[in-house]
Ligand binder design. Structure first.
Ligand code: HEM
Length: 496
């Protein structure tokens, strides 16, 4: 970063002066409080390696509604549940647009992406498709048997490793199963042809690589005049990762087109989208279909599997909580009847473990950047039109005013508390809230509970090399999604 700034200083004095004049011209007077900006760079150097942590610390000084200048980009950071409610509920419409980051402009992805489009009719059509045709209870119930088959494969895989006394990379296994759960829910095929297979590695590298590129503080976003230079190579990296995903989905669509009108058609989501005679009232262009799948898999795989990995990491770090979750599964389901989607509601402790994991480790720590469509007054300050709005869900999940012993993993707190993550309780919003709330929430909810439930129901877990629970590395790696810095490795033991 330092080296790039130096380069910037040497190469671009003229452009920088121009930016400086923009900054001074466009700053409204009653912005929310924030640290004093340096000329040209603003508060860029305050971001550090872990922006979710540094912005949490800054909010302790400047408050839950804080403004920063990141280069020429005015950024408002929201760090309390009450301010989040103002932004995502009271002023939902004004903040339902997106600040499009340079990384996602490769292949013009942002122009047809459900994640990045502003709330235009095109975006509404895509949301209608997701809300009314994909993630409805009826649709999800209708393809749950496919997911159960996949989960049996996960149990067999873990059992084989348990018999051999081998260690499992839990994040990798969770990613594989989530990839196949999603691909089967959408187009009835396995995208991963086996645990640890090349296909999984290729897909995971592409998704994780894209998340890391998209999460990088990128000079192109802060100084639009130098975008064309792609100084940090973010667009180059992103083109490579998106290219891999594009090729995979192109192949699947071509195969589907061959079987569309034959008996081999499975009547799944992709059949429905491709079939012009289907009565869904929605016609998507070829590139829109590919874009939609890119969004679903990028948004759905890493987030869901990292939630499972963090939950297992917290349980291995706190063995008494793991025993409690296992005890509940044994008491309610026994050991021979594998957990099913309809069982989730009967497992309050397992649900509490998932909530507590999402409180401490929200996979998307700032939500996807929102944007102010007009000047909006909040608590006597003005969020100016065009500002980027980041909701620091990580900070809200650890706010000592809301949570007792906030950094302590204690699922028990959710046994009495009625808070849920469905978007109504602003102290727990890992999926966001309002118009842009995650449409994949109902599927993610089922997948996380099923995978975690199965790992706990059938197996005990030990850390490798006799590592003590208290010594387990719990470091985070900042990206667009917040991953565990070191992969979680543990040895399964079949439960008697
Ligand atoms: C958007 C979280 C799983 C598809 C989002 C947002 C968050 C989020 C925070 C942005 C909300 C905002 O900006 O206000 C999560 C978490 C997941 C998960 C924590 C798992 C634990 C999934 C799955 C899918 C999915 C499984 C689909 C297969 C999407 C899409 C959007 C989105 C398409 C963009 C919606 C829009 O901008 O209109 N998700 N997500 N997500 N998510 Fe998820």
């Amino acid at each position: 970063m330092e080296y790039l700034n130096l380069l910037l200083l040497i190469l671009l004095p003229v452009s920088l002066l121009k930016i400086f004049s923009w900054i001074t011209k466009s700053s409204p007077t009653n912005l929310p409080p924030g640290p004093a900006p340096l000329p040209i760079f603003g508060n860029l150097f305050k971001l550090g390696k872990k922006p979710h942590e540094s912005l949490t610390q800054l909010a302790q000084i400047y408050g839950p509604l804080m403004s920063l200048k990141l280069g020429s980009l005015t950024t408002i950071v929201i760090s309390s549940s009450t301010t989040a409610k103002e932004v995502l509920q009271k002023h939902d419409q004004s903040f339902s647009s997106r600040t499009v980051i340079d990384a996602v402009t490769v292949f013009n992805h942002h122009e047809s992406s459900i994640v990045w489009l502003p709330p235009t009719p095109q975006w509404r059509t895509l949301r209608k498709l997701t809300n009314s045709h994909i993630f409805t209870t009826q649709k999800l119930d209708s393809n749950q048997s496919l997911r159960h088959q996949k989960l049996e494969e996960l149990v067999s895989y873990v059992r084989r490793n348990a018999n051999a006394g081998s260690v499992i990379n839990i994040g990798q296994a969770a990613f594989t199963i989530v990839l196949n759960l999603i691909s089967n829910s959408f187009f009835s095929i396995d995208l991963a042809d086996g645990f640890g297979s090349d296909s999984v590695c290729v897909f995971k590298d592409a998704v994780r690589g894209a998340m890391l590129e998209a999460g990088k503080p990128n000079l192109s976003d802060y100084f639009p005049v130098i975008r064309f230079m792609d100084l940090q190579g973010v667009r180059r990296g992103m083109s490579k990762h998106f290219g891999v995903l594009d090729e995979i989905f192109e192949k699947i669509i071509q195969q589907k087109l061959l079987t569309l009108h034959s008996r081999e058609g499975k009547g799944d989501l992709l059949d429905m989208i491709l079939d012009p005679s289907h009565d869904n009232g929605i016609q998507l262009q070829h590139h829109e279909i590919k874009g939609l799948f890119k969004d679903f898999f990028a948004a759905g795989t890493d987030t869901t599997s990292s939630t499972v990995e963090w939950a297992m990491a917290e349980l291995l770090h706190n063995p008494s909580k793991m025993t409690k979750a296992q005890q509940e599964l044994s008491d309610i389901l026994g050991k021979d009847q594998p957990i099913e989607e309809s069982d989730i509601i009967r497992l309050p402790y397992l649900q509490a473990v998932v909530k507590e994991t999402l409180r401490l480790h929200p996979p998307v720590p700032f939500l996807v950047p929102h944007k102010a469509e007009n000047n909006v007054e909040i608590h006597d300050f003005v969020v100016p039109k065009g500002a980027q709005v980041l909701v620091n869900v990580w900070a809200i999940g650890r706010d000592p005013a809301l949570w007792k012993d906030p950094t302590c993993f204690s699922p028990e707190r959710f046994l009495d508390l009625k808070s849920d993550y469905k978007g109504q309780d602003f102290e727990l919003i890992p999926f966001g809230s309002g118009r842009r709330i995650c449409p994949g929430l109902p599927l993610a909810h089922r997948m996380v509970h099923l995978v975690l439930g199965l790992l706990l129901q059938s197996f005990d877990w030990e850390l490798e090399n006799g590592l003590k629970p208290e010594n387990l590395d719990m470091e985070e790696e900042f990206g667009f999604t917040l991953a565990k810095a070191t992969g979680l490795r543990a040895i399964p033991v079949i439960r008697l």
